[in-house]
Ligand binder design. Structure first.
Ligand code: HEM
Length: 486
């Protein structure tokens, strides 16, 4: 039996096809509540899209712990091997809008929400291991340079190369981004990285800095420039379709979660700063350990409710996991819940996909779209009611020793080039050729001054890298060298 159609107030609808008018050919009456409600609701169907990472795809799944991490963190879901934790994952491109092609050269977002028994834990990473900048202060400028220009509304390499070449710490990330890995073949065949260091704290209060990697069981595959053009011409939704179809057909994608752990007393052991998100930690010195496996096994039934309304944040942490002092991460801790209050409303954590499995009990009340009001009349603390939620000192944050002075300064060890050079040299001949081809193709239209700055940075990373790029761009580098080097 079909169900009766109603208005949003629950009243039966007698006619869903014809407006109520004054006479057969007369004007429509304002009293037609069903028409007004139907159109007014439609008028409000769109919510603000994410300011970055607007285009994405999501899936549900499970994370299974394989190795206990008890020695390093008290995080509840990382204690007993075999523990299963439900997850929601959203993959995304960064720069363009919700309907943009999924072939763009862009980092891919790799955001995971773990619904743990002690609250939601979000690991909001990317598919490349480093980032363009190391201070949150630069993020809005960086994004402005990459977004479409204010006048033409078209992305312009001259603008982002202008910014990036005046920001030498981006050299490492630009080397990753202009390799074929900057255009991943789909969301399944890519790894994920937490990028920042975080802190794990165990039951004894001992701290380890930790970096995360999701290793794809499907392998890693990037598109060449020619493949991008071909795929984009056929299907600009190819990555969403690929993920959806594989899950629908029972070919569930999997990733191994791996971590690198570093004791605080070793933070000064390197030529770079381990809290710098433009750097990776050398695997030969700090090897990866496997933690567990994530399997994506359920497609969303409703994209808007389960993916568009999803809210991830690096500040969604659980006991045993804390942010590091990384200045990029520190800015992110504020930014995500702030934008989500704007994008989804102050009670965005009551939206089912964001709602923790763990019970929520506190004295925060009311606000726009509060649909889960605590019925208790006691909404303040301290109180003498004897049955209101109580803090628990076992869950106090860790204590952090401080020294030095309040300041605004760069990190002491910047080293913007060494790892970019190492990355270039780690590529195969073909990978190097594609990197150079991608760079030449993008840089050829930008002003000569910007080209020269770019060459200068890639030279510093690796002399051969710079020389081959100069050759590709048709620049006579001898004219720019001091006389003794010509
Ligand atoms: C999304 C800000 C750096 C990964 C977002 C959003 C904002 C933002 C405002 C939209 C969130 C929403 O509407 O729900 C920032 C700021 C950064 C920064 C201020 C630096 C200071 C990074 C870095 C990474 C990253 C370093 C990767 C390690 C992501 C991902 C999403 C996202 C994956 C999409 C989350 C989703 O799928 O909903 N970022 N971001 N961001 N950001 Fe960042």
């Amino acid at each position: 039996m079909t169900e009766r159609m109603t208005t949003n107030q629950g009243a039966p609808v007698g006619d869903n096809q014809n407006s109520r008018t004054a006479g057969r050919r007369g004007p429509t009456l304002l009293e037609d509540y069903h028409l007004l409600e139907k159109i007014a609701h439609f008028d409000r169907e769109r919510i603000p899209e994410r300011v970055v990472h607007a285009r994405g795809a999501g899936a549900h799944g499970v994370f299974t712990l394989e190795q206990s991490m008890k020695a390093y963190t008290s995080a509840d879901f990382l204690q007993e091997p075999g523990t299963e934790t439900d997850v929601l994952v959203r993959f995304s491109t960064v720069i363009h809008g919700t309907g943009s092609p999924e072939t763009a050269r862009d980092p891919r977002g790799f955001a995971v929400k773990f619904y743990t028994q002690e609250g939601n834990y979000d690991l909001v990473g990317n598919h490349l291991p480093v980032f363009f900048i190391r201070d949150a202060m630069k993020f809005p400028d960086m994004v402005h340079s990459l977004k479409p220009a204010p006048d033409t509304n078209i992305q312009d390499p001259a603008r982002y190369w202008d910014f990036m070449t005046l920001t030498p710490e981006s050299t490492h990330m630009m080397t990753w981004l202009f390799s074929d890995l900057g255009t991943p073949a789909n969301y399944r065949e890519m790894d994920g990285f937490g990028v920042h260091a975080f802190k794990w704290i165990n039951a004894q209060g001992e701290v380890h800095y930790v970096k995360y990697k999701w290793e794809s069981a499907q392998g890693v595959r990037g598109f060449s420039r020619q493949e991008v053009a071909e795929v984009q011409g056929q299907d600009f939704n190819h990555a969403t379709r690929d993920l959806y179809d594989h899950i629908k057909n029972g070919q569930y994608p999997q990733w191994k979660l791996q971590v690198q752990l570093l004791k605080p007393e070793h933070m000064d052991d390197f030529a770079f700063d381990p809290l710098d998100p433009t750097k990776t930690w050398p695997e030969d010195v700090i090897p990866f350990q496997t933690v567990g496996t994530m399997t994506l096994n359920r497609n969303p039934q409703n994209f808007f409710a389960e993916v568009e309304q999803a809210a991830f944040s690096p500040s969604a942490l659980v006991p045993g996991i804390e942010p590091s002092e990384d200045k990029l991460l520190q800015g992110r801790l504020f930014s995500y819940p702030d934008t989500q209050r704007h994008r989804l409303g102050p009670n965005y954590l009551q939206i089912p996909v964001n709602c923790p499995y763990a019970p929520v009990r506190n004295h925060q009340r009311d606000g726009l779209m509060n649909v889960n009001q605590d019925p208790s009349p006691v909404n303040y603390e301290p109180n003498s009611s004897g049955n209101s939620p109580q803090e628990d000192a076992t869950y106090r944050d860790s204590r952090v020793p401080l020294h030095g002075e309040v300041t605004r300064e760069k990190l002491e060890k910047t080293d913007d080039y060494t790892q970019a050079g190492e990355l270039y040299r780690s590529f195969t001949t073909v990978e190097q050729q594609h990197l150079l081809d991608n760079l030449v193709n993008d840089l050829k239209g930008v002003p000569v001054d910007t080209q020269m700055r770019a060459l200068c940075h890639f030279f510093r990373a690796d002399g051969q890298f710079g020389a081959r790029l100069a050759q590709g761009l048709g620049v006579d580098i001898s004219a720019h060298m001091p006389p003794q080097n010509r």
